[in-house]
Design a protein around this ligand. Structure first.
Ligand SMILES: [Zn+2]
Length: 387
């Protein structure tokens, strides 16, 4: 079977090696009932899982044209469940529901497939519930778990899965994808691909949206400005504000739509007409939206930190006279300045401090404002440097 421009794999960016493993599995070679797809956020691990699921349901191994393929890609296939969470963890009740579903016969003739997008967010209890289902699988059931790295999933679970590590898509692959799907210029596509560092969703947002590009420019220009304590505080506030703004841009539309749906469901259209059940439902929605907003802010802060890391990495590359394009080619002037006033060793330490701040926020729930302030102070340009 050769790749065509319309088969179910054709929209995966830079994942040829994964496809080479999955195609034979569809034909029965190395097929198993539990898979673990790992790769950095944005590398497209859930897209790979969805394409694989569709190909397993398709009579022709993923033609991209039949009803099975189409419904798989649209997310409406009756025998493919995709579990996405907006919460910080996936609890045991949710997993029990999935396990019940996994035991059902497929409605079609092929497989019952369950894709868990953020398997790293399973609580320990949830993992134990899942473990039983994976240990004693129903013959037609396939589990596909997705996580950033193998270490993010408990050994008991991962040892029972076939593991497939996805590549971070190359800049060239992402740029070509953007030109093909977004119709943007080569220059813009190349910028977005570089700046996204292989994160496809991010690359697409950068290619599409000027406000996103401006927010990124704001972040990467911070390191060159950290000359005083005041500037560091200002930079921390700035980063927090930019993150909040970007997170709001993502969630506000979704929040409004969910609220409108809720109102429709409860018939809250005319003034004053509010059924008794509406109050608690609204409160529950409000709580879920707040949780999601918090997670989004953390996601955006996290990505902004990776943007900062890219600036210092560029500085290390320039100092060590590495050839090739910088991630932040467009602020080469800033990078040169950082190189002049600091050693590569210092810049590597700075990268370490950024990762420390990240860990404080994500692992230890330190409020972002606090973690960012101490991080910026640590990143400050050393006293006695030329500026
Ligand atoms: Zn098909």
């Amino acid at each position: 079977m050769t790749a065509t421009t319309s088969d179910i794999w054709h929209n995966l960016v830079g994942q040829h090696r994964a496809v080479e493993v999955l195609r034979p599995a569809i034909a029965g070679q190395g097929m198993t009932h539990a898979w673990l797809f790992t790769g950095p956020p944005g590398s497209g691990r859930s897209n790979v899982a969805i394409a694989f699921a569709g190909a397993l349901q398709c009579e022709r191994g993923g033609c991209g044209e039949c009803h099975e393929c189409h419904t798989a890609m649209l997310g409406t296939h009756a025998d493919i469940a995709v579990i996405r969470t907006q919460k910080l963890s996936i609890g045991v009740d949710e997993v029990r529901d999935l396990v019940r579903r996994s035991a059902l016969r497929p409605a079609g003739r092929r497989w019952q497939i369950i894709i868990v997008e953020d398997a790293d967010r399973l609580t320990e209890q949830a993992c134990n519930a899942l473990l039983k289902a994976i240990e004693e699988p129903t013959p037609r059931t396939v589990w596909m778990l997705c996580a950033p790295t193998v270490e993010d999933v408990l050994p008991t679970i991962r040892s029972r899965c076939r593991q497939l590590t996805l590549a971070t898509p190359t800049t060239e692959a992402v740029a070509a994808f953007l030109v093909g799907t977004e119709g943007v210029s080569e220059a813009l596509a190349s910028y977005a691909a570089r700046a996204s560092q292989g994160h496809i969703g991010r690359a697409r947002a950068l290619a599409r949206d000027e406000a996103t590009r401006n927010r990124r420019r704001e972040i990467v220009s911070l390191p060159a400005r950290l000359s005083s304590l005041g500037a560091c505080m200002h930079a921390a506030n700035n980063l927090a504000a930019v993150a909040k703004e970007e997170a709001d841009a993502i969630t506000s539309e979704l929040d409004a739509r969910e609220k409108a749906d809720l109102d429709t469901t409860y018939g809250v259209v005319e003034r004053g007409r509010r059924p008794r059940e509406y109050g608690p439902a609204l409160a529950a929605l409000d709580k879920a939206q707040k949780t999601r907003a918090k997670r989004r802010v953390l996601d955006v802060v996290d990505r902004s930190l990776m943007d900062l890391v890219s600036v210092y990495r560029d500085a290390v590359a320039v100092a060590s006279r590495a050839t090739g394009t910088l991630v932040n080619e467009e602020i080469r002037g800033d990078i040169d300045e950082i190189v002049r006033e600091s050693s590569p060793e210092l810049n590597l330490r700075r990268i370490g401090w950024i990762f420390e701040a990240r860990e404080q926020m994500l692992e230890f729930n330190v409020p972002p404002a606090l973690a960012l302030e101490s991080m910026m102070v640590a990143l400050k340009v050393p006293e006695g440097s030329s500026r």
